[in-house]
Design a protein around this ligand. Structure first.
Ligand SMILES: Cc1cc2nc3c(=O)[nH]c(=O)nc-3n(C[C@H](O)[C@H](O)[C@H](O)COP(=O)(O)OP(=O)(O)OC[C@H]3O[C@@H](n4cnc5c(N)ncnc54)[C@H](O)[C@@H]3O)c2cc1C
Length: 324
């Protein structure tokens, strides 16, 4: 018996969310007095596979399809299910990324396991794998447990810490011959949305809304984000009006994020916006209207004109950086 982790990667490198899921899976493996194995599918650097050992993975199965014939999510689900059966894994852990969300439900159905999506706390195996998860577009927290003996977990990104707990790690090459690829959708080309930091993986996000008045004013948002090593985001109307690209739109109908720090500038805090950002660990709101709903969920708030506050914030951050 062993817990199985899906080791997701991008451009040959492990994603930060994979290290969170690995720490989660390792903590759970220790609670269950078992070991942690991982499966990595696709073209990934050997050193990245070895790195998994630092996070408690004692065996990595590397499945490497021909570079010209990558597997889609349907085939990946078959690979992971087969391995889970081989290892008699009571738990399979994914991060709640696009791929995790596409593969985990298929694996859940094939294993007849309990589906645990968007999990934010460590499961308690002694109590029906009880966990907390985000519900109702992140407006609520739900506690769930199951009678089943198998669970498939997707761990909400940025909701679990990353911790090294090194073990000796073996890498085993696994071959796979898909019998049916008719359900596989293959990404033919990766068009990078932007050169900046990935929004879903970012620790800090600087986000702005209609209070910015127009796209020509975004220079200060980008400058602040660059100084803080942050990703940039925006509210829906800002993307709809073409002030910012759609891939920056966060909220109920956009990307859902949970960074350590979310700075909301000139955004009212409508419920649909909050649905995508309210899981952020710390929220700073800058708005000239003291009645703006965003202040109700803010950890820190500045009531003021953003065109005065943001330049001062930039200068303050510069001073701190020079001093340190
Ligand atoms: C079905 C549905 C889905 C939706 N999905 C989303 C979603 O995913 N994401 C999303 O963001 N929205 C979504 N919306 C839209 C949402 O309801 C709001 O309309 C939107 O979030 C408002 O964007 P905003 O805060 O940028 O603009 P506004 O509501 O216009 O707010 C601008 C804010 O800027 C402040 N401001 C103005 N000037 C200044 C200044 N000089 N200094 C400081 N502050 C200033 C104002 O006080 C105000 O609070 C959805 C709506 C619907 C109906």
């Amino acid at each position: 018996m062993s817990i199985l982790l899906f080791a997701e990667h991008a451009q040959g490198k492990l994603k930060k969310s994979t290290l969170e899921a690995a720490t989660y899976a390792n903590d759970l493996a220790q609670k269950m007095s078992t070991t942690l194995c991982a499966v990595a599918i696709g073209q990934i650097e050997e050193s990245e596979l070895e790195k998994l050992g630092k996070y408690g993975v004692s065996r990595v199965y590397a499945v490497r399809p021909d570079a010209s014939k990558p597997y889609g999510h349907a085939s990946e689900a078959v690979i992971i299910t087969n391995l889970a059966k081989e290892l008699d894994a009571p738990v399979v852990v994914f991060s709640q990324t696009y791929s995790g969300r596409a593969i985990a439900p298929r694996v859940t159905a094939k294993l007849e396991a309990a589906p645990y999506s968007g999990v934010t706390s460590l499961a308690d195996p002694a109590n029906g794998f009880e966990v907390e998860r985000m519900a109702f577009s992140s407006k609520g927290i739900q506690t769930i447990r199951t009678d089943k003996d198998k669970v498939v977990i997707t761990v909400k990104t940025n909701s679990y810490h990353i911790e090294e707990q090194p073990v000796s790690c073996e890498i085993e090459e696994k071959s796979f011959s898909p019998s049916d690829t008719s359900l596989d959708t293959i990404a033919k080309e990766l068009l990078k949305a932007g050169e900046g930091i990935s929004l879903t993986e970012a620790d800090i996000v600087v986000s702005a809304g209609r209070g910015m008045k127009g796209p020509e004013n975004w220079g200060m948002i980008e400058e602040l984000a660059s100084l803080l090593g942050a990703a940039t985001a925006c509210s829906k109307p800002v993307a709809d009006m073409g002030w910012r690209p759609h891939h920056e739109h966060v909220g109920q109908t956009g990307i859902q994020i949970a960074p350590n720090l979310y700075i909301a500038i000139g955004i009212s805090g409508a419920i649909q916006h909050l649905a995508g950002v309210s899981s952020s660990k710390n929220i700073v709101v800058i708005n000239k209207d003291p009645e703006a709903p965003f202040f109700k969920v803010a950890d820190y708030g500045i009531v003021g004109d953003l065109f005065e506050v943001v330049p001062q914030l930039i200068e303050a951050v510069k001073k701190v950086k020079v001093a340190s």
